[in-house]
Design a binder for this molecule. Structure first.
Ligand code: RVP
Length: 485
């Protein structure tokens, strides 16, 4: 019957990139891309909106490395807005919540306060906020033994170099060199303290030359919102989110599309709609979405396909969606199922502009949660947002229509797991991006758009797949970018 004449759908292991003539050296390949119509990043990678993957610490680290973190939505709305603000403030030139000292405090008190707040100097202000002086560890040290009960006004430097709100990093640095100082208080027209620029802050910004920043120089951040959470969307938008991600396991649900459309009309940020996995779904969202996210069931912790019997192997899903999105110039994000850098670059070859990963980052220091040790090996928790645990600790309606009554049970579409502990995000990203650039080198494409055009797949048999992994050997030293799955 016709029911049995079924189309084939492919995933990562079914295909390889056909090597092509090339003059592209991998480290010269430019991996900058767009995640949504108005938001560019310098590496094509997003961290998943999951409560064991992305909170502000991960988002800050991702953006500093040039990618984008997407904050999960198992947080109450105010906390979500505060998380956005934390990312936005992280690399700010002007620090706003300045630790100040009072001229009547004793040297001992100020020393303790600075140590507790983790700063090494503080402007001294009066009640009106006028800057009277500045005090640092260097000023305090001579007093500590003999005059620790002396007042700050005795010990402080009272000739303070200040700057106005419009100071640039370069100007601030020049002031610092000229006067041999490490911090410059920022004052308004009336001389009231409004912020502080520090040498350490400026140097830190320089260290992250590839960071993904908005027009104002702040780190970029994405936030997941439910399709019916217009209030949350508006709140995090006002807090400064660059991109909102409609967080839904089946965005081809027409009610979800209505909700997403309403959110898109209510916010300034770009709105990426997902997840979808078919051409038809893409056609129904492409007219209003600023980006489309693809993935029905490929995630490492996801049981959607087993539980519901529905899903689309990821390479075919990406290709179908990208076909539609390309015509309207809407970026596509491939979400889930990526285990190796090779999978990530195959996703781009299939038509994605960027990729989103969960398990790959869940074991890093920057992911929420603590390191646990089992049988001498270190792990971090990683769980699906549709797992029982995640649904219980959030409103969880990504996978759940109604909260079950007490005696009813959840029908989860995800599992709770653990990921081997991996250390810093930076080294994980280095391997991921480096591997993707190698792929671009093999195909001979210098940019992501060129790679999308030029790349071609070959179909791999299961014998071919076995051949592609280390085989017939015993691995003695684990490589930083390969572990047998
Ligand atoms: P992976 O990188 O393979 O670990 O997949 C991460 C993705 O899996 C997420 O970005 C999300 O789309 C999906 N996910 C998250 N929770 C669940 C679930 O519980 N089924 N799935």
């Amino acid at each position: 019957t016709d029911k049995l004449r079924v189309p084939e759908a492919l995933t990562f292991d079914d295909v390889l990139l056909r090597p092509k003539e090339s003059r592209v050296e991998p480290d010269e390949a430019d991996v900058s891309t767009r995640v949504s119509t108005n938001v560019e990043v310098n590496v094509p990678i997003l961290s998943a909106a999951m409560d064991t993957v992305t909170e502000s610490e991960m988002a800050i680290a991702m953006a500093r490395q040039g990618g984008l973190g997407v904050l999960h939505r198992n947080l109450d709305v105010d906390e979500a807005a505060a998380e956005v603000e934390r990312v936005k403030r992280a690399d700010e030139l002007v620090i706003r919540d300045v630790v100040t000292a009072d001229p009547d405090q004793t040297v001992r008190e100020v020393d303790t306060m600075m140590e507790r707040k983790g700063v090494s100097g503080a402007p001294v202000t009066d009640e009106e906020g006028d800057v009277l002086g500045i005090i640092s560890g260097t000023d305090i040290r001579p007093y500590l033994e003999v005059g620790e009960s002396d007042e700050v006004r005795e010990a402080m430097t009272d000739e303070v170099v200040t700057a106005g709100e419009d100071v640039t990093a370069r100007e601030a640095l020049e002031l610092m060199y000229e006067h041999k100082i490490e911090r410059v208080p920022i004052v308004d027209d009336d001389g009231h303290l409004t912020g502080l620029v520090t040498m350490q802050g400026i140097l830190q910004r320089r260290e992250y030359g590839n960071a993904a920043r908005d027009e104002g120089g702040h780190l970029r951040v994405g936030v997941a919102v439910g399709p019916f959470e217009t209030d949350r969307a508006v709140t995090v938008d006002e807090a400064g989110a660059d991109v909102l991600f409609i967080d839904c396991a089946h965005a081809h649900n027409l009610n979800v599309i209505d909700g997403a459309r309403e959110i898109q009309e209510s916010v300034e940020a770009d709105v990426v709609v997902g997840n979808v996995g078919t051409r038809e779904a893409a056609e129904d969202v492409v007219d209003f979405a600023d980006g489309i996210k693809v993935g029905i069931g490929p995630g490492s912790i996801c049981t959607t396909r087993v539980v519901s019997g529905a899903g689309m192997p990821q390479i075919t899903a990406i290709a179908e969606v990208a076909d539609v999105a390309a015509d309207e110039d809407v970026p596509v994000i491939a979400d889930g199922g990526i285990r190796y850098s090779g999978d990530a670059i195959k996703a781009i070859a299939a038509g994605a502009d960027a990729v989103m990963l969960g398990s790959y980052f869940a074991g890093t220091d920057e992911a929420p949660g603590r390191v646990i040790t089992v049988d001498g090996k270190k792990y971090k928790q990683y769980r699906g947002m549709g797992s029982v645990g995640a649904m219980q600790s959030g409103d969880g309606d990504r996978y759940l229509k109604d909260e079950p009554d007490e005696d009813e049970e959840y029908v989860p579409e995800g599992v709770e797991a653990a990921e081997p502990y991996k250390g810093s995000l930076e080294s994980e990203l280095h391997q991921l991006v480096g591997g993707m650039q190698s792929g671009m080198g093999y195909v001979g494409a210098e940019t992501i758009p060129a790679f999308k055009q030029r790349s071609e797949f070959v179909r791999v048999s299961s014998a071919g797949q076995t051949e592609g992994h280390p085989h017939d050997v015993m691995i003695t030293d684990e490589a930083p970018n390969y572990s047998p799955s």
